[in-house]
Design a protein around this ligand. Structure first.
Ligand SMILES: Nc1nc2c(ncn2[C@@H]2O[C@H](COP(=O)(O)OP(=O)(O)OP(=O)(O)O)[C@@H](O)[C@H]2O)c(=O)[nH]1
Length: 317
């Protein structure tokens, strides 16, 4: 077993490489946080609730000799609804297209049925090299970490997966994050940069904004609600008649829930919760776009949208 803790030598071939990597792993494994840490800016939403990542967000790591495009997929899970099935399809399609798959396993949790479910699916993907990433190493001591690394090695042997690397990282403590990029880059095909210098993501702004609002709306709500929330940005327009040095961007967004009984939870007493969601997400949107924003947020009921193909399409799934 080879576990990486030291930086590899810089590449000697001087080739420019560019390609796609995706992180997989059970919900909460730390995929979004790792994407953000690698890119150095918040591009994928993170939350301590499972299955918050619905869109395929690409973060881009720029290096003089390489471009690493990170695709962040939703978690693969046993589908219960039409939405669940579509999400799984998105995941499998992504896996078949990328140049390397990073399998994230949290250091602080024993390998469980959820990890095995994904690992078995991974074993069936032959083309892409697989890197095992043991995440959240800041939460464990060195003995626990060593045990987890051995368990990951075993899991690979058991299922016939050859790990190209096994690497422990902590995205929040910034430990070994650059090393991970160093290891992924040599696995990319030779080729020119695929995105302009400085682009951090090609996710349309409106989708990222919708995700920021959804993330704020998910905070502190009852367990059954997260899966019922979808956000659509309907319109983004610069406010007219503003002086050039004081621009304002008007954003109109709808927050969809499945049943009118959920309205109270989202809006909160005297509308306070929705107001807080607006303030919090507006700040993040302003940071993302670098311009002051007026956010107009409405709550709407789209009855049972997760089971209705027409509604799913309208909401961007
Ligand atoms: N201590 C610690 N916590 C982490 C680390 N990485 C992620 N977390 C936390 O773990 C939780 C889940 O992280 P995410 O990045 O949202 O996980 P994910 O795998 O993208 O989750 P889904 O979107 O549900 O698939 C969040 O509360 C993070 O703050 C880490 O390196 N150390």
């Amino acid at each position: 077993m080879s576990v990486r803790t030291q930086s590899p030598q810089p590449s000697e071939d001087h080739l420019h490489r560019a390609g796609f990597a995706c992180f997989v792993g059970r919900p909460n494994a730390g995929k979004s946080t790792l994407t953000n840490a690698l890119v150095g800016q918040k591009v994928a939403i993170t939350s301590n609730r499972p299955q918050t990542t619905r869109h395929t967000v690409r973060g881009i790591v720029h290096r003089p000799d390489a471009q690493l495009i990170l695709v962040d997929t939703p978690g693969l899970h046993k589908p219960r609804t039409l939405l669940g099935e579509r999400l799984n399809d998105v995941v499998r399609t992504t896996w078949a297209e990328v140049d390397v798959i990073g399998f994230c396993l949290p250091a602080d949790q024993k390998i469980g049925p959820g990890d095995r479910f994904i690992a078995k699916e991974l074993a069936a993907i032959k083309k892409a090299p697989k890197v095992a990433i043991v995440t959240k190493t800041d939460l464990v001591d060195s003995k626990q970490l060593a045990e987890q690394l051995i368990a990951v090695d075993q899991l690979g042997k058991e299922l016939g997966i050859t790990w190209a690397e096994i690497i422990p990282v902590s995205a929040t403590a910034g430990k070994q994050v650059d090393l991970l990029a160093d290891l992924l880059i040599p696995l990319m095909p030779e080729g020119p940069a695929l995105y302009p210098e400085g682009d951090l993501t090609d996710e349309p702004e409106q989708v990222m904004i919708a995700e920021l609002i959804r993330e704020a709306a998910l905070e502190g709500v009852r367990d059954e609600l997260p899966h019922s929330i979808a956000v659509v940005v309907e319109e983004m327009l610069p406010r007219e008649d503003r002086p050039a040095d004081k621009p304002l961007l008007d954003i109109h967004a709808n927050l969809y829930i499945e049943r009118s009984s959920q309205k109270g939870i989202v809006i909160g007493p005297k509308g306070q919760r929705l107001k807080d969601v607006g303030i919090k997400s507006r700040k993040q949107i302003e940071a993302l776009l670098g311009t002051p924003v007026f956010l107009d947020l409405h709550v709407k009921v789209a009855k049972d949208w997760q089971r209705d193909p027409k509604q799913l399409r309208k909401l961007g799934f």
